[in-house]
Design a protein around this ligand. Sequence first.
Ligand SMILES: [Zn+2]
Length: 134
Amino acid sequence: MGNKISCSYCGSTKVVRNGRTYYGKARGKCKSCHKQLVLERKNKSLTPEEKKRIALLLLERICLEGICRVLEITSYHVYQYRDELYEEIPSDLPAQVATTAQIDLQILECETDELWSFVHKKANKQWVALILRR
Ligand SMILES: [Zn+2]
């Protein structure tokens, strides 16, 4: 076991092997806080580098499952980090609505009428619509 493994509770790198879990994964024990931890965790938290890459891939509009495949990260972590990013977005984006826009509406008074008739046979029903401006 290298020194790269750090305790997920206190961050200490004084972690030693401590047998296996019921499921066969390597277990470690922190010499600093004396807590046991699973060394081969699949659900480890994201590193700052992984978060940066996820943010960049989201900006490139790569689909979430694609990000999971490329970075070999579980979808749970990608979705969780996406939600964190969304929460950072302000609810009131600084959009300005033009208040001086002029809308010219012309109200026309019209009269409509329609009629229909058969042409050559009953199956060929044709409509005619008439719109008269007053
Ligand atoms: Zn510890």
